[in-house]
Design a protein around this ligand. Structure first.
Ligand code: SAM
Length: 242
């Protein structure tokens, strides 16, 4: 899959592209990230990408034309590689993303992500060029770069072959609608606390059962709202009651 990001701060993306799971996926060409700056699509000597808001008030607004040209150039580049990209604007006013949405995003061939700055972008850009608006949570960031990185990280790690173990993503919190179970590694004992015995038993069925029971219990305790949306099977109910 391919992401094209429209950003005034391309250097920030090194956090994603230089080390870790996503960086390795990019090296192995399981995904692509291309960065485009609207400054390259300005015509004035100062390469101005923002201007004062009509009606007055604090802050600046990102101008329509450099953003539109950058989006069109990104879509054309993607199309030249056979990728049809939809355009998403990262915005605190957008639809709040969850794991289901990330799965949908990850299944698409390509996205152009628009990272806003200042007070945001000229509304007419959203009307003319944006297919979807995504929020990563009910709080306000200084810019869309971190939000774009959050989305790309979550989507790319779901791509086949990206995680070392195929089951890792399936077991993660939210994949099955439940929070993940607790995890332990060596040493077996820390102070007076030992690893739950079942995990040392070698009995894979018992381990699976324990993990599901823990995941169900945690979800009920910490995020009962998730269970309400998802429902629980008879088997799961019995595990919860045990
Ligand atoms: N004035 C805008 C508002 O209240 O809706 C906020 C602008 S914010 C300071 C600058 C940029 O950060 C936005 O254009 C958007 O791209 C990004 N941003 C801020 N919070 C975000 C969030 N929760 N999710 C996604 N993007 C966000």
């Amino acid at each position: 899959m391919r992401f094209d990001v429209i950003t005034l701060f391309p250097a920030q993306f090194a956090a994603l592209t230089e080390e870790g799971v996503v960086a390795r996926a990019l090296q192995r060409q399981l995904a692509q990230i291309h960065l485009h700056t609207p400054r390259d699509y300005t015509t004035d000597v100062h390469r101005t990408v923002d201007d004062r808001p009509y009606g007055g008030g604090p802050g600046m607004v990102m101008r329509y034309t450099p953003l539109r040209l950058a989006i069109e150039a990104a879509q054309a580049e993607a199309a030249a590689e056979g990728v049809q990209s939809r355009v998403a604007y990262l915005s605190p006013q957008g639809e709040r993303l969850d794991q289901r949405q990330i799965e949908r995003i990850s299944a698409a061939p390509g996205w152009v992500l628009v990272a806003g700055r200042y007070e945001g972008v000229d509304e007419r850009l959203i009307e003319d060029c944006v297919d979807e608006e995504w929020s990563i949570g009910d709080y306000v960031l200084s810019g869309g770069e971190l939000a774009a990185m959050v989305v790309m990280d979550a989507a790319i790690r779901l791509l086949p072959g990206v995680l070392g173990h195929a089951d890792s993503a399936r077991q993660d919190s939210h994949s099955s609608g439940l929070l993940d179970c607790p995890h332990y590694t060596r040493p077996e004992t820390i102070g007076d606390r030992s690893v739950p015995e079942v995990l040392l038993s070698g009995d894979h069925q018992a381990i699976e059962r324990w993990r599901l029971q823990q995941a169900l219990g945690r979800t009920r305790q910490r995020r009962p709202d998730l269970l309400q949306g998802r429902g629980i099977s008879e088997v799961e109910q019995r595990l919860l009651d045990d």
